[in-house]
Ligand binder design. Structure first.
Ligand code: ATR
Length: 286
């Protein structure tokens, strides 16, 4: 961590409400210690009505930047001086970098983190290998779907309990002129698995404390990969059943770890690695 009176001490953190559960301090402080850097990554609990003041205070407080998490990702974007194109398309930021002159630049590394997590498990993964089925139409779904389209996905099947939300997302994506996004009824989710190369759960079902996701993966072909944005537990009931059926599986921890890398690079000047020791440090917090 080093001496916080040092003028080169790098201040970072994560703004959210609530934010106590965030694993980001464990990740970034692990890298700070590993590379013997001077700095820290703090939890910044900020109530929604204080978001504007908190963000405007970053430069005055000497912060290099911070992450932004639920429920601030959309509103924080409006307070940036410059928003990176990917974040603009997503309509949300997850990272702020304070420039030397105090200007605030907003980024969204969630999609990058997701794609990288697939490549970590399968280096040959290609977005256009076949149709992709996404369950859920919230913030995680939006980031993941957009990054898949940007990577060249030709067909995304979007299924959500509330169909209107999926339709809204699909309509938004059609404006980008990328691949096709087809909305499918929630009741047809099992049939929609036929022929897909990748199945993704972005709903909260299967998360610690929630019910299991109500699906049947019998129709999924053997080569299909199965991924879950959830990382508590690391292996959701969906991932367990997929693994037992022989599918390659990807849990949500990879996305969390990979989205953190470019943010750390922006603040501290070096691209950190995802090591077994880091994965262990996170698992020790569960
Ligand atoms: P995030 O930003 O993490 O994606 P979110 O915006 O709250 O979270 O989205 C949660 C997703 O889980 C939504 O797609 C939600 O479906 P609805 O749009 O119908 O609410 C989905 N979800 C929540 N509870 C569910 C349930 N019991 N069965 C199926 N889907 C559910």
């Amino acid at each position: 961590m080093g001496d916080s009176n040092d003028p080169n001490f790098v201040l970072t953190g994560v703004m959210g409400w609530p934010v106590a559960h965030s694993r980001s301090p464990t990740i970034h402080n692990h890298w700070i210690a590993q590379h013997r850097l001077k700095g820290t990554y703090a939890l910044l609990p900020v109530q929604p009505e204080h978001l504007h003041d908190a963000i405007k205070g970053l430069a005055a407080l000497g912060f290099a930047g911070c992450n932004v998490t639920i429920p601030h990702k959309v509103n924080a974007m409006k307070m940036m001086d410059i928003v990176h194109p990917t974040a603009k398309s997503m309509g949300a930021i997850n990272t702020i970098v304070v420039q030397k002159d105090g200007a605030l630049h907003g980024f969204n590394n969630d999609g990058y983190g997701y794609i990288q997590s697939l490549k970590d498990v399968n280096p040959h993964w290609k977005a256009d290998a076949g149709p992709i089925l996404i369950l859920g139409a919230g913030g995680a779904s939006r980031a993941i779907a957009l990054s898949l389209l940007e990577q060249g996905a030709k067909e995304i099947r979007l299924v959500n309990r509330t169909k209107e939300k999926a339709q809204e997302l699909a309509q938004e994506f059609s404006a980008f002129g990328l691949g096709q996004v087809n909305v499918i009824d929630w009741q047809d989710r099992n049939d929609a698995m036929q022929g897909v190369s990748l199945l993704i759960n972005t709903t909260n079902q299967g998360m610690h404390g929630q019910a299991d996701l109500d699906i049947d993966i019998a129709l999924l072909s053997d080569e299909a990969m199965v991924s879950d944005a959830i990382y508590i537990p690391l292996e959701t009931p969906l991932l367990k059943s997929a693994r037992l059926k022989g599918h390659l599986t990807v849990n949500g921890l990879g996305m969390l770890l990979n989205q953190a890398r470019p943010a750390f690079k922006a603040w501290f000047g070096l691209m950190p690695e995802i090591t077994p020791a880091l994965r262990q440090a996170i698992q020790d917090t569960f």
